[in-house]
Design a protein around this ligand. Structure first.
Ligand code: NAD
Ligand code: SER
Length: 301
């Protein structure tokens, strides 16, 4: 028997592609997509509804949970109490259901766990003093992975770039919005400075990393299991513009930094991912130019 899978937050930027990939791997009938919003093929499940989660996990004999429901950094800073509730209490509800029903859990962490005291290339092990509420909720998430007494795993995703669903209220959203604006308007007003460098990753790499991490036998995973660093490609907003101009030479970008600049400045420029490479064979496939090429191919198809 293969796994019976529950995905929360399934209509978001990652869920849209992860549900598809899990269905291809394990069969569509094995995957139950849920979200607080409604859409065809997706059941309503609010992660604050602990009784609803328990009943669905038990009733559907769920064995694996991919817990994607969360508020991201920019939305989280505007609604800090709600961010804590959804990201921490929502996760606690998922963990309780996993404990009661023997489920394995994937719960993503983020580059937002790092704070201004982190070196510019973030090591796996470094003090975690995030500047945002969102980052603090992700530190708690990593700690719960180690203490909950279940098989719970996570990745410190960089900013994710994709075309199948919009980005969901994070600081790295400019690196997604810019493609839509480039094609629709030929111009983008970027909310971080031109020299802002952040760790980023193309969605295909992120989905593959997620599936690979969940396949690894638990003995191979050490103390970073709640949040492995994984690097994709790191670039400045200006370098992204230059790569887009290979496709659209007339494209222009202006820079009007807003409050999200502060969050971006508190995060590292790049990520050291040696441990993920050693322990479970992680390797990215997309660099800046191949990611931009794939985005244009996807958006123009
Ligand atoms: P997203 O905002 O695109 O999607 C989140 C989904 O959660 C949305 O569809 C939303 O409707 C749903 N949701 C919100 N509140 C809910 C609730 N109470 N109950 C059930 N569903 C609810 O986010 P995403 O980019 O897909 O991110 C998924 C996970 O990955 C999050 O934990 C996020 O922190 C993490 N992550 C994302 C990125 C990125 O760049 N996208 C980077 C690092 C980490
Ligand atoms: N992409 C996310 C954000 O900007 C990082 O976790 O919030």
């Amino acid at each position: 028997m293969g796994p019976r899978i529950l995905v929360t937050g399934a209509l978001g930027q990652i869920g849209t592609e992860l549900v598809e990939a899990l269905g291809e791997k394990h069969g569509q009938e094995s995957v139950i997509a849920t979200d607080v919003r409604s859409a065809p093929g997706c059941r309503i499940l609010d992660v604050m509804d602990s009784a609803g989660i328990q009943s669905l996990v038990k009733g559907e004999e769920i064995t694996e949970i991919y817990h994607l429901a969360a508020l991201l950094s920019a939305t989280g800073e505007r609604n800090p109490d709600l961010c804590w509730k959804i990201n921490v209490e929502g996760l606690e509800n998922i963990i309780a259901a996993a404990q009661a029903n023997g489920c394995k859990v994937f719960a993503p962490s983020s580059i937002a766990v790092f704070g201004p005291d982190c070196p510019s290339v973030a090591p796996q092990v470094t003090p975690l003093n995030p500047a945002t509420v969102y980052g603090k909720t992700k530190v708690v998430c990593e700690q719960l992975a180690m203490t909950a007494g279940i098989d719970m795993r996570g990745l410190r995703y960089p900013g994710l770039i994709s075309y199948k669903a919009p980005a969901g209220g994070g600081t790295t959203d400019y690196a997604v919005e810019i493609f839509h604006a480039a094609l629709a308007e030929g111009h983008y007003t970027c909310f971080v400075r031109e020299d802002t460098r952040l760790p980023m990753m193309y969605m295909d790499d992120a989905i593959r990393a997620t599936l690979e991490l969940m396949e690894v036998s638990s003995e191979k995973l050490g103390g970073a299991r709640g949040g492995y660093n994984i690097a994709g490609c790191s670039f400045t907003a200006g370098e992204l513009v230059a790569s887009i101009q290979r496709h659209l030479p007339e494209f222009t970008c202006s820079y009007e930094p807003d409050v999200r600049q502060k969050y971006a400045d508190s995060w590292p420029d790049d990520i050291e991912d040696d441990l993920a490479r050693e322990e479970w064979g992680w390797a990215p496939q997309f660099d800046l130019d191949s990611m931009v090429d794939a985005m244009f191919a996807g958006l123009q198809a």
